[in-house]
Design a protein around this ligand. Sequence first.
Ligand SMILES: Nc1nc2c(ncn2[C@@H]2O[C@H](COP(=O)(O)OP(=O)(O)OP(=O)(O)O)[C@@H](O)[C@H]2O)c(=O)[nH]1
Ligand SMILES: [Mg+2]
Length: 242
Amino acid sequence: MCTYLQWLSCWRKAFPAQSWRQKCPIARAGCLGPVAGRPAAMSGKSLLLKVILLGDGGVGKSSLMNRYVTNKFDSQAFHTIGVEFLNRDLEVDGRFVTLQIWDTAGQERFKSLRTPFYRGADCCLLTFSVDDRQSFENLSNWQKEFVYYADVKDPERFPFVVLGNKIDKLERQVSTEEAQAWCMENGNYPYLETSAKDDTNVAVAFEEAVRQVLAVEEQLEHCMLGHTIDLHSSSKSGSSCC
Ligand SMILES: Nc1nc2c(ncn2[C@@H]2O[C@H](COP(=O)(O)OP(=O)(O)OP(=O)(O)O)[C@@H](O)[C@H]2O)c(=O)[nH]1
Ligand SMILES: [Mg+2]
């Protein structure tokens, strides 16, 4: 004899692809959509930013997204198949933003299901788990995969943020210093240590993603303004920032 929940759990483990939602990444994404209960006026005015979570399977991408949007943590989460997204409205430094968080499947076998969704991302959260050295060593591969499939024209300026998740775990395989050094060497990316389980730095991480995007946007506006001025002046010397 087993309970209904036990039976359901066994069934889902045995037939993970039986659900049509799991077979179709677009349907999965479309089924989720904005979180109910958010003030509509705020969504109307806010800037829509797409951020994407990348990293090895099991590092905690879905857990980070779910902790941030629904404030829930599942200690026995299923692997993601394809992609899912959730929205959350927030205010960062006086700007209203609707953050569209895209959670991708980290397992290699789902590569073809996740890569079509990289295009149009405003920020990429490269995620590893501090208790899994291999997931840290794979960060460069994730970065390259993103740049290639998102067709990023200027990778050096693209806002990446690196997250070292599961800091609640005692047995670490990657130190803070080592992760910081990697971030410095690979583009001076912000580095945050998080725990989706304990809700450590989760909101801070997503807010940092927004700040990075806004900073790049501000820089671009500045450059465009510089070029506008150039068009009206007789001098050929333009802005040096673009
Ligand atoms: N201790 C601890 N466990 C975590 C944390 N975040 C996630 N987990 C657990 O790690 C496992 C994998 O988490 P997921 O969020 O499914 O990982 P994922 O990166 O989405 O994995 P894929 O969907 O396969 O790419 C689950 O059992 C989670 O409960 C954390 O901060 N601390
Ligand atoms: Mg997942």
